[in-house]
Design a protein around this ligand. Structure first.
Ligand code: ASN
Length: 266
């Protein structure tokens, strides 16, 4: 009897420890499987998108939509893999991939040499690049040369914030950081910051859908760069391959143009 009790207690303890460490949850299974080079049948990939990044990923009536969200869904369908979408602030995306809390991300993420040190990217799926954006009432900023002494509204962890940080000394910039694009936009709309840096397709979409947008794109694009789907360097290579294969098929069968065309174009 005594022995049985000990066995039962040990079992309970193991179960309790399992519960505490989250054993058996979908998330941990995914993380535990992460180093495997082949996808197991029941694998559910955890994939981030930017929570507030129209027209690439945004919530509408309780559901996520946008170019990134719909491309990922169509690729998963055609390649036959399961995933769970994790919308989050962009600043959390790369650290969550490198610490293996995520398997990958489709987050309007520019492919940069710096990011390539810790991430592997898919083929580029959308041409983007940074635009300089000011309040529509502002007439004195029309390009990079007009930025001296100005206050920048920037989003944490982005190519835009990197650009501002790299040029902060050169132009004597004041940097105001925000967690997402809508709050970064507001800071310039309200007249607190003089300018912001955002990717051209994102700011062009905002200005198009907000009939009353208080923002103006100042001058030509500052950079030209492609967006890529990202995984941790050297890991989840089967997922990267499925993304590339699926993307190619969607371009061939017209689905890619259909998805993008809903948001960008005439
Ligand atoms: N486009 C940004 C970057 O590549 C990411 C984002 O804001 N979602 O840094």
């Amino acid at each position: 009897m005594k022995r049985k009790t000990i066995v039962a207690l040990t079992c309970t303890l193991i179960l309790a420890m399992g519960a505490l460490t989250g054993c058996g949850s979908k998330k941990d299974q995914t993380v535990a499987n992460n180093s495997a080079d082949t996808a197991s049948e029941d694998k559910v990939y955890l994939i981030a998108c930017d929570a507030k990044y129209a027209p690439f990923s945004f919530e509408e009536n309780g559901a996520y939509k946008g170019i990134d969200v719909e491309l990922l869904d169509a690729i998963a369908e055609i390649e036959g893999f399961e995933y769970e979408l994790k919308p989050m602030d962009f600043s959390a995306v790369i650290p969550s991939i490198t610490s293996r809390q995520l398997d990958g991300a489709i987050a309007g993420m520019s492919i940069t040499d710096e990011r390539k040190q810790s991430l592997d990217f898919s083929d580029g799926y959308f041409e983007s690049g940074l635009s300089l954006v000011v309040n529509a009432k502002n007439t004195d900023i029309n390009g990079e040369a007009d930025l001296t002494g100005k206050a920048a509204s920037i989003k944490k962890g982005t190519a835009g914030s990197q650009f501002a940080e790299d040029n902060a000394d050169k132009y004597d910039l004041k940097l105001n950081y925000f967690d997402d694009s809508p709050t970064m936009f507001l800071d310039v709309e309200n007249g607190n910051s003089d300018f912001l840096l955002e990717d051209y397709p994102v700011i062009a979409y905002k200005i198009k859908v907000d009939g009353d947008s208080k923002l103006r794109i100042a001058g030509e694009k500052l950079t030209t760069v492609n967006y890529g789907f990202a995984v941790k360097k050297g890991e989840n290579q089967e997922l990267l391959k499925m993304f590339n294969d699926g993307l190619k098929k969607l371009k061939e069968d017209g689905t890619y143009d259909k998805i993008v065309g809903q948001y960008i174009g005439e």
